[in-house]
Ligand binder design. Structure first.
Ligand code: URA
Ligand code: SF4
Length: 249
C-alpha cells in the first residue's frame, strides 16, 4: 500500500459556495490521484434542503459512467430499504465520501477492460473530505446516515467499526468554528448496501439495515431521538456507556 500525501481537495473548494457552485468546482478537482483514471467526478444527488443525507463510499462502476451516485445495484437496494421506512429517495441528499471511482484494471474481460473496485485508502478519504464537509455544511441535514466503514471513518474517525458503532444516534458537531452551534443533528452509521449484497445471510443483513434506517426515519418524524440515546439492538453491542461509548461485556 502506498502512503502518498496528496494536496487534497481544500484548494478546490470555493469559500462560501452553495451546492451548485460546489458541484461545478468538484468537476475539476485534482486533489488526489483518483481523478485521472476515473471517467468523471460523481458529486451528489438530491435536494439542498434535504433533512436526511446518506453518505456512501465512492462511486462504483455504473455511477462512474453515469455521473450519479447510487444508481447501480447498491443504489437499488438503498432505494428499496428507504421505501420500507417511508422515505422517498428523491427527498434524500445522497453523496459519497470519495468523489471518484477507485479501481484496478482487471485481467480478462471479453474485449473490454474490466475495472475492479478498490476500497479507498485513508489518504483518499482525507483528500476528499473537504467536499463532504462543505456539502454537509450547506445542506445541514437533521440526520446523516453513514453507509459502511469508509463513510464512518471519514466522519467518526479511524477507530470506527461498523459492527460496533452502527445503529445508534451520535451527535453531529457541524460547525466547529462556531461555539454556539455545538450540535446539528445526528450521525447514524449502518451497513453498506454492497456488504448486504455480499453477505452470507442477506435477509438478516437487510433486516438490520432497515432497522437502522427506521431509527433515522423516527428522528425525522419526531424531530428528536426517541427514546433519548436511541439505538437499534443488533445484539452486537454490550454495555452502553452514556449512549456514547459501546463496550462489549
Ligand atoms: N457504492 C457507494 O458507496 N456509492 C455509490 O454511489 C455506489 C455504490
Ligand atoms: Fe478530488 Fe476527491 Fe476526486 Fe480526489 S477523489 S480528485 S480529492 S474529488
Amino acid at each position: 500500500m502506498s502512503v502518498v500525501a496528496f494536496p487534497g481537495a481544500a484548494g478546490f473548494v470555493p469559500a462560501g459556495a452553495g451546492l451548485a457552485a460546489l458541484r461545478t468546482a468538484a468537476l475539476t478537482c485534482a486533489g488526489c490521484e483518483l481523478a485521472g483514471p476515473a471517467t468523471q467526478t460523481v458529486f451528489s444527488a438530491g435536494p439542498a434542503g434535504a433533512r436526511l443525507a446518506v453518505v456512501g463510499e465512492q462511486p462504483g462502476d455504473v455511477e462512474d459512467r453515469r455521473g450519479m451516485p447510487f444508481v447501480g445495484p447498491a443504489g437499488q437496494l438503498l432505494d428499496r430499504a428507504l421505501g420500507e421506512v417511508g422515505i422517498d429517495r428523491s427527498t434524500v441528499y445522497v453523496t459519497n465520501t470519495v468523489k471518484h471511482f477507485r479501481f484496478s484494471a482487471g485481467g480478462e474481460g471479453g474485449g473490454g477492460t474490466r475495472r475492479i473496485h478498490q476500497t479507498p485508502d485513508t489518504v483518499h478519504i482525507d483528500a476528499c473530505k473537504p467536499w463532504l464537509l462543505a456539502e454537509l455544511a450547506v445542506v445541514d441535514p437533521d440526520v446523516v446516515v453513514l453507509l459502511g466503514a469508509t463513510a464512518g471513518k471519514a466522519l467518526l474517525g479511524p477507530t470506527f467499526r461498523v459492527t460496533r458503532d452502527r445503529g445508534r444516534l451520535i451527535p453531529r458537531v457541524a460547525r466547529r468554528d462556531e461555539p454556539a452551534a455545538l450540535q446539528a443533528g445526528w450521525l447514524l452509521a449502518t451497513l453498506h448496501p454492497s456488504a448486504i449484497l455480499r453477505a452470507d445471510d442477506q435477509d438478516a443483513a437487510y433486516t438490520g439495515f432497515v432497522a437502522d434506517l427506521r431509527l433515522a426515519a423516527l428522528v425525522l418524524t419526531t424531530g428528536r431521538p426517541h427514546p433519548p440515546q436511541a439505538r437499534v439492538d443488533h445484539g452486537l453491542v454490550g454495555v452502553f456507556d452514556q449512549g456514547r461509548t459501546p463496550t462489549t461485556p
